[in-house]
Ligand binder design. Structure first.
Ligand code: ATP
Ligand code: MG
Length: 390
C-alpha cells in the first residue's frame, strides 16, 4: 500500500499572493530537514502539500517527527493513497486503519470531495466507509461528537487519501518568510527560547555568541553549539558567529566603575552584534531579556543598552515569567543543556552591586572611560569565527 505524509498549511493559507512563495519556502525547509532520511517528492495542491517517500525503507515515524517541527505546518498525518473507487477505498480503510481502530472504542468518518464528478456524495462516502468499518472491525461504535479516531477520506483529482487523526504541526510561519535576524545567544535558558519564538514567526536566525577565553571555557562554547543544534530542528540551518570578547571585558574591568560593568558590557554587545547583523543582512537583533529578571533587565538598564543597537531589538520573552520560558525550553529540549553549569561571559567580573537605575548619560560616561574602545570593538568584530549549525 502506498503511504504518504499529508501537510496542512497554517496561517500561510491566508496570505494571498505570497502564498505560493511561502509554500515553496516551507517545502525547501521540509526538504532540508528530511534530506538525511532519504529521497522524498513534494507536491502542492489545494492548501495541502503531500510528501512522498521514494523508497519503502524510509523511517516514516522519524519523518513525521521531524516535519512536526517545521514552522508553517498547522497539522500533518500519514495517509494511505488508493484508487478512486469506493470498493478500493473501503478495503484500503480497513487494511490501513483496522489495527488502530481495533485499539479504540469509537470513530466517525469524514469525507471531502474535491473531485465533484465522483459518483458518490460526501455523506454517501461516509456511510459506505463507516458501514464497512463497522462490519470489519469488531467492537467499534460510531460517535459523531467525540470520536477516538476520525477517519478522513479525501477524494482528489487523481486519487483518494485515507487517514486517521491528524497531529498538531508547529504552527507559525515558514522560516525565511519573515526575513533575517541576529540572535544574541548565551548558554542560558532564555536566549534559545527567544530564538525559537522569532523563528516561529518566520525569521531566519543568525547567531552571535560572545566568549571570553580563558575566563570562559571551550565547554561553554560547545554548550552554545548544542543549544543551537536543538533550535535548528525548528529554525533550520543557523550561521553562528563567535566573537572574542575578552579584551573588551578586561578593559571594562580596568577602566569603568564597578557598578556599571554589566550595563557597559551589554552596550558593547549590542554595538558589536549590530555591526555583525548589518554585515550579515539581518534586519533586527533578538535577545532573551525578560523585564525585571535580573539587574541588567530593568527598564532603565534596557534603555541604556537599547540605544546602542542600530537596528530594532526584539525581546520576545520580555513579558514572560521565568516558568513560562522554562516550559518552552523543556518543550524544545534545550532546558537540560542550558542548566549545565559553565561560565558565561556575563558571570565574569560580575559587580557586587550593579546599578539598576543607571541613566543613559551614566552609561555613556562609563563607556567613554575606555579610550581605545573603537579599536577594541573593531578587533572583536574582526575576530568573529563562523560555524554553520544544522
Ligand atoms: P539567558 O538565559 O538567555 O542567558 P539571562 O537571563 O541569563 O539570559 P543575561 O545573562 O542578562 O540574562 O543576558 C540577557 C541576554 O543577553 C541573553 O538572553 C542573550 O540574548 C544576551 N547575552 C547574554 N550573554 C551573552 C553572550 N555571552 N553571548 C551572546 N549573547 C548574550
Ligand atoms: Mg545569561
Amino acid at each position: 500500500m502506498k503511504e504518504i505524509i499529508l501537510i496542512k498549511n497554517g496561517e500561510l493559507a491566508l496570505k494571498g499572493l505570497n502564498r505560493g512563495t511561502f509554500e515553496d519556502m516551507m517545502i525547501k525547509n521540509m526538504r532540508h530537514r528530511l534530506s538525511s532520511l532519504g529521497n522524498f517528492t513534494f507536491t502542492k495542491s489545494q492548501s495541502t502539500i503531500t510528501v512522498t517517500p521514494e523508497d519503502e525503507s524510509v523511517d516514516r515515524d522519524e519523518a513525521v517527527r521531524r516535519l512536526s517541527k517545521v514552522f508553517g505546518i498547522a497539522a500533518l498525518s500519514r495517509a494511505a493513497v488508493c484508487e478512486k473507487d469506493i470498493d478500493v477505498i473501503r478495503n484500503t480503510a480497513v487494511e490501513y486503519l483496522g489495527d488502530a481502530l481495533s485499539a479504540v472504542r469509537t470513530f466517525k468518518v469524514e469525507a471531502k470531495r474535491s473531485d465533484k464528478k465522483f459518483p458518490l456524495t460526501s455523506p454517501q462516502i461516509c456511510e459506505e466507509v463507516g458501514g464497512w468499518l463497522l462490519a470489519h472491525v469488531p467492537g467499534l461504535r460510531v460517535d459523531v461528537h467525540n470520536p477516538d479516531i476520525t477517519v478522513t477520506v479525501e477524494v482528489r483529482d487523481k486519487q483518494a487519501f485515507i487517514r486517521g487523526n491528524q497531529l498538531h504541526g508547529a504552527g507559525g510561519m515558514p522560516v525565511g518568510s519573515g526575513g533575517n535576524a541576529c540572535l544574541l545567544i548565551s548558554g542560558g535558558i532564555d536566549s534559545p527560547v527567544a530564538g525559537w519564538m522569532m523563528a516561529k514567526r518566520g525569521v531566519r536566525l543568525t547567531g552571535v555568541h560572545f566568549a571570553s577565553p580563558p575566563y570562559t571555557s571551550e565547554l561553554a562554547e560547545r554548550k552554545v553549539h548544542e543549544l543551537l543544534e536543538k533550535v535548528t530542528e525548528y529554525a533550520g540551518r543557523i550561521r553562528l558567529f563567535t566573537v572574542e570578547f575578552t579584551e573588551i571585558q578586561e578593559a571594562i574591568r580596568d577602566n569603568c566603575p564597578e557598578e556599571m560593568f554589566t550595563i557597559t558590557m551589554r552596550r558593547f554587545m549590542m554595538k558589536i552584534a549590530s555591526a555583525i547583523a548589518i554585515r550579515e543582512n539581518c534586519g533586527a537583533l533578538i535577545t532573551g531579556e525578560s523585564l525585571g529578571q535580573v539587574a541588567s533587565q530593568t527598564l532603565h538598564a534596557l534603555g541604556c543598552t537599547d540605544e546602542c543597537a542600530s537596528i530594532p531589538v526584539f525581546r520576545p520573552c520580555i513579558g514572560m515569567d521565568k516558568n513560562e520560558i522554562v516550559e518552552i525550553s523543556r518543550k524544545i529540549d534545550t532546558f537540560e543543556i542550558s542548566i549545565r553549569p559553565y561560565e558565561d561571559c556575563c558571570t565574569v567580573f560580575t559587580p557586587k552591586h550593579p546599578r539598576t537605575r543607571a541613566t543613559v548619560d551614566m552609561a555613556r560616561q562609563a563607556e567613554e572611560m575606555i579610550e581605545n574602545r573603537e579599536e577594541l570593538m573593531q578587533r572583536a568584530i574582526d575576530s568573529a569565527v563562523l560555524k554553520i549549525i544544522g
